[in-house]
Design a protein around this ligand. Structure first.
Ligand code: C2E
Ligand code: CA
Ligand code: CA
Ligand code: CA
Length: 281
């Protein structure tokens, strides 16, 4: 038993070492990804629940790895965050999103009141120049602030509530909309939410999945919808995969939805084709 314990110990050590190495090389690879522009954006349409047409889209990042192919964000966003690389990548994400809006406007494909909704991670948001960077991206591209929505998380708010409130007020005073992402998965009481300047609540897909069969999930979703009335917020349902999901939300005050039922996130060229269809229709 003693011998076994020892070999386990050795195994554990080398396992740790390889994990550290792995994180280190991932960080190096991500540095390269930044300098060689291996990131690209995909777009998931957000659709009016009652209207049934595309009103905007959520922007999601992808990494085209030279050997591994397309890497999903959960594998690298945490490393971008911990390494500080998120500053540069986050700035690029917002600029690139504005640039897309500009291009599609120039091509006559952009509805006046459409928007792109961009995810913001904590260390990106906490950067003292974050608000100025966002405003600069809008100014340089000539995009109206109303075309941009920023998705923050409860984690950002809890990390630094007073500072977050100030920044959100500033962003909103310019006309930029703010959405609370993954709503319901964190700490969200009515009294706390009342203090956060917001425009939109995004109901997390974990509550949507079984909303038509699970009484608890249904109750949570209904509570969020009721909350959104008292707080005067728009609601977006995420992860709408089935007709049943859609019909459930059609019977509520939910404003827009996104999910595989309408479309998965798609590359820019593909999303552009979707925009063409609306303009023609
Ligand atoms: P999220 O912001 O909650 O994004 C929604 C995720 O749900 C996306 O995964 C999307 O592809 C997926 N999804 C969309 N429709 C459906 C559906 O009908 N069913 C299911 N099961 N899933 C659906 P993705 O693109 O892999 O992104 C995962 C997470 O990574 C995002 O969660 C977000 O937290 C983060 N992320 C992605 N792009 C960015 C980014 O540009 N910046 C930052 N900071 N985070 C990002
Ligand atoms: Ca999001
Ligand atoms: Ca979400
Ligand atoms: Ca999520």
């Amino acid at each position: 038993a003693k011998k076994q314990g020892r070999s386990q110990h050795v195994f554990f050590e080398s396992d740790m070492a390889s994990r550290v190495e792995l994180a280190y090389s991932l960080e190096n690879e991500l540095r390269q990804a930044v300098s060689q522009q291996q990131f690209f954006l995909v777009f998931q349409p957000q659709v009016g629940v009652q209207e049934g047409v595309i009103q905007g889209a959520e922007v999601l990042i992808r990494w085209r790895h030279p050997e591994r192919g397309v890497v999903p964000p959960f594998e690298f966003i945490p490393v971008l965050e911990s390494s500080g690389l998120i500053q540069e990548v986050g700035k690029w994400l917002i600029f690139e999103s504005c640039q897309c809006i500009r291009d599609w406007q120039n091509q006559g494909l952009w509805q006046e009141d459409a928007w792109l909704s961009v995810n913001v991670s904590p260390n990106q948001f906490y950067n003292p120049s974050f608000v100025d960077d966002v405003l600069a991206a809008l100014k340089i591209t000539g995009v109206k602030p109303e075309c941009l929505e920023l998705e923050i998380t409860e984690g950002i708010v809890i990390g630094d509530t007073e500072n977050t409130i100030k920044k959100l007020q500033k962003l909103r005073s310019h006309g930029i909309r703010v959405a609370m992402d993954d709503f319901g998965t964190g700490y969200s009481s009515l009294s706390y939410l009342k203090r956060i300047p917001l425009d939109v609540l995004k109901i997390d897909q974990s509550f949507v999945r079984d909303v038509t069969v699970d009484k608890t999930d249904k109750a949570i979703v209904e509570a969020i919808l009721a909350m959104s009335i008292s707080l005067d917020l728009e609601v977006v349902a995420e992860g709408i995969e089935t007709k049943e999901h859609y019909l459930f939300f059609k019977g509520t005050r939910c404003h827009r939805y996104q999910g595989y039922l309408y479309s998965p996130p798609v590359e820019a060229s593909f999303f552009k084709e979707m925009l063409k269809e609306i303009v023609v229709a």
